[in-house]
Write a protein that binds this ligand. Structure first.
Ligand code: PRP
Length: 213
């Protein structure tokens, strides 16, 4: 049988997932010594790790070329379409926040505000719920720059420690949007066809996650 494929979001979530998989007894030497390789076997080769950008993890899982994926809830909220979210992995914890320059009153006045973000859908939903008309500008990274440069009145972004905001003179206006952490997602057909293998891996990951918390 072909190996079970799990797509990991490259970077921090990849590292935390590898730690969890190693704690669960899978040999992840190939991932640790990957160089520039993007598809790597783990354990006895029954599982293959695929390294991808966050939104692409969802695309590969949705299209069934990967059975499982590890991706942040932020990416799921922005892109989520049709797959199953089967486990909260407990790491990669952060939250969405609306933030702006210190000393400015974001909610005063009637002009439509301009919001810079990597998450246009999450941002539109957030302001729709408030009944506020806004303009969204999509930024690809370091969104904090946009209000500093005068491109936007505020940003919607993920905040973990808050130090990026602080060091750039920005403050949280609201951060009760949604709690975020890494999730294990599964392709819906794989979940039926490879149920036992997926459940076995998810159970092992959940056991280790509980021990680590
Ligand atoms: C994220 C986010 C913030 C920062 C928040 O950026 O977009 O900039 O982390 O973390 P903090 O609250 O602990 O300071 P990331 O590092 O993913 O880089 P990017 O902005 O270039 O995408």
């Amino acid at each position: 049988m072909k190996p079970l494929r799990i797509a990991l979001t490259k970077g921090r979530l990849e590292k935390d997932t590898v730690k969890l998989l190693e704690a669960a007894g899978f040999d992840c030497t190939a991932v640790r010594e990957k160089g520039r390789k993007l598809i790597l076997p783990i354990g006895n080769g029954d599982i293959e790790v695929v390294l991808a950008k966050a939104a692409d993890v969802i695309t590969y899982v949705e299209n069934g070329v990967c059975d499982l994926g590890v991706v942040g809830k932020d990416t799921i909220m922005e892109n989520g379409r049709s797959f199953y979210e089967i486990l909260d992995l407990g790491f990669g914890k952060c939250r969405f926040a609306l933030a702006g320059k210190e000393g400015t009153d974001f909610f005063s006045g009637y002009d439509a505000r301009t919001i810079a973000t990597k998450y246009p859908n999450v941002t539109r939903n957030f302001f729709e719920n408030k009944g506020m008309d806004i303009r969204v500008i999509k930024i690809e990274g370091s969104v904090e720059l946009a209000p500093l440069l005068g491109l936007a009145d505020a940003i919607v972004d993920i905040v973990e420690t808050g130090s990026t905001l602080k060091e750039n003179g920005l403050v949280i206006i609201e951060d009760n949007v949604a709690p975020i952490s890494a999730r294990l997602i599964a392709n819906s057909a794989s979940l039926k066809l490879r149920k036992a293998e997926i459940e076995d891996l998810a159970d092992k990951m959940e056991t280790e996650r509980k021990k680590m918390q």
